[in-house]
Design a protein around this ligand. Structure first.
Ligand code: G3I
Length: 333
C-alpha cells in the first residue's frame, strides 16, 4: 500500500474544477491487486481505458463484443464519482484481424465503422465524458497518415464521418481529436490545426483536441505550447493532456527524477490555465507501456513499481495546490 500523504490529487483538483486522471491497465484493474484500485479512486477524478475500449480488444470476432472490462471500468468510475474518457473509436492500431484481413467494399467498411462507433458510444451514452473519436490520423511529417486502414479504405473523409456518427450516438459526449508530438509548434501540429479548422468550418461536431504528452527527459513548456493552445482555443475547441508520461533512461538517478518532477509541475501549471484535464498514461511504473515499447527507458510515471510516490507526484501535488489567488481565480471561472 502506498503511503503518500493527503491531500490527494483529486481533492486538490476538484475545487479548481480541474480533472486529473490516469489510464487503467486491464490486467492490473481486473486482477486481485486492491492497492491498484484503491490508489486509482483515491488520487484521480477521471479515468481512461488504456486498451479495453479499443476495437481490437472489444470485438475480437465479427459482430461480437466483450464488454466485461469496459463495463467494469465505467461502473467503477460511477461508484467513485469519477469521469471517464473513452479511448479510442478510430485508430490505425489494435484493429481486429477480422477487420483488416478481409476483403471489403468501400460501402462495407463505412457500414462497419458506423456500426462500431454507434455500438460502443451508444452502449455508454451519458456515461462517457469525452471520446477520443479519432486517434493519430496525422503523420509525423504533417500529412494524413496513409498507413491507416481507415484512410486506405475510405479516404480522409473517415475522420468527419466518425465524429458525426459519434455525435449521433451520444449528443452530449465531448468529442476529441487526439494525437502525439503535436503539442508545440511544428509541421505536425500545423497539420492538426488545419484538420480541425476544416472540420469546424464544415460543421463537424468536434469539441476538443487531445495532446497525448508522451515526452522525454528535460521536457519543459515552451512558447510554442502557448501559441498552439491559443490558436486551437480561438477555434472554440477545448484542450486536454490525454496520455502524459515522462520517460527516463533507466535506471533513473535522483537528478533525473527531479528533472522529471519539473516536467510534471510545468505541465500541470500549463494545464490548469488551458486544459480541461491532465490524464497520465498509467500512474505506476509497474504497468507502464514504455519499457516494452521503448527499451532502455521507463520510470515514466508519478508512482514507482511499488506504488510509492516519486518526486513527480509531489510536484503535481504542489502545482495543484498552487497559489491561493490562482485557486480562487480558477474557482470563479
Ligand atoms: O490483449 C492482447 C492479448 O489477448 C494477447 O495475448 C497479447 C499478446 O501479446 O496482446 C494483448 O494486446 C496487447 C495490448 O497492448 C493489451 O495489453 C498488444 O499486444 C500491445 O501491442 C498493446 O500495447 C498498447 C499500445 O497502445 C498498442 O499500440 C499499450 O498497452 C498502450 O499503452 C498503447 O497506448 C497508446 C494509445 O492507445 C494511443 N497513444 C499512444 C499510446 C502508446 O503507444
Amino acid at each position: 500500500m502506498s503511503t503518500n500523504p493527503s491531500p490527494h490529487l483529486r481533492d486538490l483538483a476538484a475545487p479548481r474544477n480541474f480533472f486529473i486522471g490516469a489510464a487503467v491497465h486491464t490486467g492490473a484493474f481486473s486482477g486481485d491487486e486492491s492497492d491498484y484500485r484503491d490508489l486509482l479512486q483515491r488520487e484521480f477524478n477521471v479515468l481512461v481505458a488504456e486498451n479495453m475500449m479499443k476495437f481490437g480488444e472489444l470485438s475480437r470476432t465479427p459482430n461480437t463484443y466483450d464488454w466485461t472490462h469496459s463495463d467494469a471500468l465505467v461502473d467503477f468510475a460511477a461508484q467513485h464519482g469519477m469521469k471517464v474518457r473513452g479511448h479510442t473509436l478510430v485508430w490505425h492500431q489494435q484493429l481486429p484481424k477480422w477487420v483488416t484481413s478481409s476483403q471489403w467494399t468501400t460501402h462495407d467498411v463505412q457500414t462497419l465503422l458506423e456500426q462500431h462507433i454507434k455500438t460502443v458510444v451508444g452502449r455508454y451514452r451519458g456515461r462517457i465524458w469525452a471520446w477520443d473519436v479519432v486517434n493519430e490520423a496525422i503523420a509525423d511529417s504533417g500529412g494524413y497518415r496513409t498507413d491507416s486502414f481507415w484512410y486506405q479504405q475510405l479516404g480522409p473523409e473517415y475522420i468527419a464521418l466518425a465524429f458525426r456518427w459519434a455525435h449521433e450516438a451520444d449528443p452530449n459526449a465531448i468529442l476529441y481529436y487526439n494525437d502525439y508530438e503535436a503539442e508545440a509548434l511544428n509541421p505536425k501540429s500545423d497539420a492538426v490545426y488545419a484538420l480541425v479548422c476544416d472540420l469546424k468550418q464544415s460543421g463537424v461536431p468536434i469539441h476538443g483536441v487531445g495532446w497525448q504528452m508522451h515526452v522525454g527527459e528535460g521536457w519543459r513548456v515552451s512558447d510554442g505550447h502557448h501559441q498552439n493552445a491559443a490558436r486551437l482555443r480561438e477555434l472554440g475547441l477545448e484542450l486536454a493532456m490525454t496520455e502524459m508520461d515522462v520517460r527516463c533512461q533507466t535506471p533513473a538517478t535522483a537528478a533525473q527524477l527531479e528533472s522529471q518532477a519539473t516536467s510534471y509541475r510545468e505541465a500541470v501549471e500549463f494545464a490548469l490555465a488551458t486544459c480541461s484535464a491532465l490524464v497520465l498514461w498509467g500512474f505506476t511504473d509497474k504497468y507502464s507501456w514504455i519499457p516494452r515499447f521503448r527499451p532502455g527507458y521507463g520510470a515514466a510515471l508519478p508512482f514507482d513499481a511499488a506504488y510509492q510516490p516519486k518526486p513527480a507526484y509531489y510536484a503535481i501535488q504542489q502545482a495543484l495546490v498552487g497559489t491561493d489567488e490562482a485557486a480562487q481565480a480558477q474557482a470563479k471561472d
